[in-house]
Ligand binder design. Sequence first.
Ligand code: FAD
Length: 323
Amino acid sequence: MTRITWQGQRYELQEGETVLEALLRIGASVPYSCRSGVCQTCMMRAVAGDPGEASRHRLSEEQRARGAFLPCICHPQTDLELAPMQDELPIMATTVVSKTPLGDVLRLRLAPRKPISFRAGQFINVHAEDGVVRSYSIASVPTLDDGVLELHVRRLPDGRVSTWLHEVLREGDELCVQGPLGECCYVLGETQRPLLLIGTGSGLAPLWGILRDALHNGHTGPIYLYHGSRDAEGLYLHDELCALEAMRPEQFHYIPCVSGPNVSPDCRSGRASDAALADHSKLTGWRVYVCGHPQMVEETRRSVFLAGARIADIHTDAFTLSR
Ligand SMILES: Cc1cc2nc3c(=O)[nH]c(=O)nc-3n(C[C@H](O)[C@H](O)[C@H](O)COP(=O)(O)OP(=O)(O)OC[C@H]3O[C@@H](n4cnc5c(N)ncnc54)[C@H](O)[C@@H]3O)c2cc1C
């Protein structure tokens, strides 16, 4: 039986349990969010014992050297003594500059009180009331948007944080964030390469940032953006994307896709990923970005790889929900 030591007390791990699950079972007050090794909210240090490679492989060399691991995906084979990370990922204060409802999606702009270094397409962890943490992708480009963090938050039925952000948070309020994290960003250089961007729902957030970052950095290759939604209402940046396409008709192609029954003549019928793969069946040499619903991201990652895109050229952000 494997045991963990937390705050001087020793506890047995139950069959199949992760370290995070054990901590929550014993009532430990530890922050967490995605529970799938993405957001890093629950990151800890192992001061004794081996948490195993699987719980560390997404961390930087520096974090690993300090004993960091992710308890939410950790099934240790040896006893572990745990300690908090503390100084990792400092919490930073921002001010809510504006809230703009775009159908079910809230465009939220936050001004950091001290400048934050970030790239469009990364994500931040938002600390809501009662210490609940959720991740949101960054849709803004620091140099184009005066360092403001723009988030696109889709309201989920009974969703704790998304409902709070939509309904309770006010302009002028303080909102604390951690980060940035993630590497789903425009890759500088190789400006002539074709880019394929595929997103569902608020999965458009990082893609909107990556698209503007690419154009701002002088990208010359063609860029195709497929945005999918069940209905036309969910194509929440339709007008802005059409306007951008009209400005660069040779280079930028926006393909709105509706998977539900009411499809207007200017939209494609069906799923965004299906439309993208139907139009581009050979992706050798392309750089591909896929963001949004986790199952769509996983399936599309496989499909674009089979269509010829190199693993290193496939960038994804799965919007995993907390359980
Ligand atoms: C890297 C990353 C980036 C992300 N970026 C974005 C983004 O840009 N925009 C965005 O809108 N979202 C994004 N997300 C998702 C976001 O972090 C939140 O998960 C989302 O907003 C829902 O949080 P919530 O607190 O509102 O909902 P929760 O309270 O977490 O509930 C989520 C939904 O699941 C259901 N649910 C919750 N718990 C259970 C359970 N135990 N059993 C069954 N059903 C349950 C709820 O009814 C609800 O519909 C991202 C996630 C990740 C990991």
